[in-house]
Design a protein around this ligand. Structure first.
Ligand code: FAD
Length: 665
């Protein structure tokens, strides 16, 4: 099957404008007769729900948390990109487009990325108008910092809580519509299937997580904004509840899944401390603006540090290897995430890791503290400041920029990062893969859309920092509200969609049977037992670097684990109460299927690109060879019952991604 990306004709810079000028519109009176379901109320779903309701559509929004405010988006720390060029450092729409495509190893759909760069500036205006308290400089103007893979400062931020502040903005916009009755909010509801009528998405089956009730909801279109699936690895920086279920359910009903194996492993996370850990913590990439990454140059120092005989601060500059500055002088510590992660792994694999497990490198703020301290002393007219004064002034600036991150680090590691370098190691963070969408953000199921991290998005094989918030809000505030209208213009005479149909009944029956299976199975192992085992296979064999033998083993092992899960899983409690284990069982069941697809996708990619690093394609100097020009899309057809371990037929298809527009490469 060849996929049609529906990218408009014409020069890339005019596509979006021309498209908007020519699409069908739904007039305000007709919008009142059209219902849209939005699954997810993070930044993507929250902004989409608020905007669609503002336009006049009737929105039904779903989230499994008790409030939209608790979506995983709230965890985003570092910032959001926009091509405003406030710093006058040469930024432009083209540069943001270029950086994003290059950062993604030329695997993004260029037309979507150009549109993203174009609307990025509007996002900042929109959020400022909502009252989002972005950081400001001394003169009161919006401040910027820099993120990996770019040579300009275009990242807008609110301390280390950018996601939280943006989400409060989207949530306020939603609340206005909830109060007007234009958004019906279904908190603590989990979508468990999509309902397709006459080939179009016309509703969902959801479970009320508090009462256990299974509900039918209809609409003229369904939007999936359910976030990323990094938790397939068990340990990740994602929120504990993040899962693939909504995307996976639509996949099983015909929505293609693209690039499932493209996973971002973020270089700056707090290292794992032991086997009983259930969560990893990110240290924002913004820290790489001022933190310098290093390991000791000499093995004796590594050993002495591990044995507690030396402290990192005992080592002179000459005894340190600032390996990113050494290997990548133009970008230094701000290389893209995939490059920084692999470089950390390379040093640790070579034995230079600085903690007990050998899986940690330093992120050091000592130079920044002195630099800021001296600058502040000048500003404050303090001549010949003492070392202590420089430290005091410098630490105050670092605290103002990253205070909450430093506090978080100290609480978890029990070390003061103002005094001793942080220890960091790469961890699973973001999934570039996801549900395939066309230029309209529509999946291969007509009337079913996917936005935000849930879609295969604009980030190719590797996402640049601060661009997920940009994409989620671009999709929700500025792209989907146009593209969905073009589709819904055909639905102005359809009238209410009934839920009293065989299609809804069949979908409900499937969901109910699966829940009954979990409750009645009374097996021997907990849901977490399987999740942890899956995570270990994923990390060991589909992690930061992959090879053919390991991927083949992973496929076998995941398949066996899935069979065991459907035989021996144990879910305590009942289906008619709040039962977190029951909800998790469904999600892990879906992860077990996704995991296998993931490994199969990685296996057929005989290339290295961004988040996918195939060992056999490493060149002698350690760089990845890029040999494939096409983006693969794995499309699976399902036959049989899920609990019979699913019979899959894999079909590899590819989409020719506008090779002409690659000439700038
Ligand atoms: C620790 C951390 C820090 C980050 N920092 C940054 C940053 O500084 N800048 C940046 O650009 N990006 C950052 N990212 C990435 C960014 O936060 C996410 O990509 C983005 O917030 C995802 O938004 P979303 O709206 O797509 O999904 P989410 O925020 O994950 O929202 C998903 C929504 O879907 C709902 N949902 C899911 N499944 C179902 C279901 N079956 N039924 C009903 N509801 C469902 C959930 O309840 C939730 O409302 C960070 C990520 C992490 C992990």
């Amino acid at each position: 099957m060849a996929l049609d990306s529906k990218v408009p004709q014409g020069p890339i810079k005019d596509k979006w404008t021309d498209y908007k000028n020519h699409i069908d519109l739904v007039n305000p009176a007709n919008k009142r007769h059209i219902d849209v379901i939005v699954v997810g109320t993070g930044l993507a779903g929250g902004s989409a729900s608020a905007t669609l309701a503002e336009l006049g559509y009737n929105v039904k929004a779903f989230a499994y948390q008790d409030s939209p405010r608790r979506a995983h988006s709230i965890a985003a720390q570092g910032g959001i990109n926009a091509a405003k060029n406030y710093q006058g450092d040469g930024d432009s729409t083209y540069r943001l487009f270029y950086d994003t495509v290059k950062g993604g190893d030329y695997r993004s759909r260029e037309a979507n990325v150009y549109r993203l760069a174009e609307v990025s500036a509007n996002i900042i205006d929109q959020c400022v108008a909502q009252g989002v308290p972005f950081a400001r400089d001394y003169g009161g103007l919006l401040d910027n910092r820099s993120f990996g893979g770019v040579l300009v400062s275009r990242t807008f931020y609110a301390k280390g809580q950018t996601g939280q502040q943006l989400l409060l903005g989207a949530y306020s916009a939603m609340n206005r519509q909830i109060a007007r009755g234009k958004i019906e909010m279904f908190n603590r509801h989990e979508m468990l299937d999509v309902v397709i009528v006459d080939g179009k998405a016309r509703g969902i089956i959801a479970r009320n997580l508090v009462t256990g009730e299974i509900e039918r909801h209809s609409a003229h279109a369904v939007v999936i904004a359910s976030g990323g699936y990094g938790n397939v690895y068990f340990l990740s920086t994602n929120a504990m509840g993040s899962n693939v279920t909504a995307g996976w359910k639509i996949h099983k009903k015909g929505a293609h899944f693209a690039n499932p194996c493209y996973t971002q492993i973020h270089p700056t996370c707090i290292p794992r401390s032991g086997d009983y850990q259930s969560k990893l913590t990110l240290m924002s990439e913004s820290l790489r603006n001022d933190g310098r990454i290093w390991v000791p140059k000499n093995m004796e120092d590594v050993i002495a540090i591990r044995e507690g005989k030396k402290k990192p601060t005992d080592l002179s500059e000459a005894e340190r290897d600032y390996y990113l500055e050494r290997r990548y002088p133009a970008f230094g510590n701000l290389v893209p995430r995939d490059v920084a992660s692999r470089a950390a792994k390379e040093r640790c694999d070579a034995g230079y890791g600085v903690n007990a497990t050998g899986e940690a490198v330093y992120l050091d703020f000592a130079s920044a503290i002195i630099r800021y301290g001296n600058e502040q002393a000048k500003i404050k007219n303090i001549n010949n400041p003492s070392d202590a004064k420089v430290q005091e002034l410098g630490k105050a600036i670092v605290k103002a920029k990253y205070g909450n991150l430093f506090q978080m680090y100290e609480k978890i590691v029990d070390e003061n990062p103002y005094e001793t370098p942080m220890m960091i190691y790469p961890a699973v963070h973001y999934t570039m893969g996801g549900v395939w969408v066309d230029y309209n953000l529509m999946t291969t199921i007509p009337g079913c859309y996917a936005i935000g991290e849930a879609n295969f998005s604009d980030h190719g094989a590797n996402r640049l920092g601060a661009s997920a918030l940009m994409q989620g809000l671009a999709d929700g505030y500025f792209v989907l509200p146009y593209t969905i209208g073009d589709y819904l213009a055909d639905d102005i005479r359809t009238g209410k969609i009934s839920t009293d149909t065989p299609e809804f009944e069949a979908a409900e029956k499937e969901v109910t049977e699966r829940i009954e299976f979990f409750i009645n199975n009374k097996g021997t192992h907990s849901v977490d037992y399987y999740h942890k085992k899956l995570g270990k296979i994923m990390w060991d064999k589909c992690g930061m670097s992959r090879n053919e033998a390991g991927l083949k083993e992973a496929i076998e092992e995941i398949s066996a684990l899935r069979k065991d899960f459907w035989k021996n899983v144990n879910v305590p409690g009942t289906a008619t109460e709040y039962n977190e284990q029951l909800a998790k069982a469904g999600r892990v069941g879906d992860f077990l299927e996704l995991g296998e697809l993931f490994a199969k996708d990685a296996l057929v990619r005989e290339e290295s690109a961004g988040g996918h690093f195939r060992e056999e394609y490493q060149t002698e100097d350690g760089e990845a060879k890029r040999i494939k020009e096409f983006q693969f899309v794995s499309a699976w057809e399902y036959k049989g019952e899920p609990k019979d371990a699913v019979l899959h037929k894999e079909e590899l298809v590819y989409e020719n991604i506008e090779v002409k527009e690659r000439s700038y490469k």
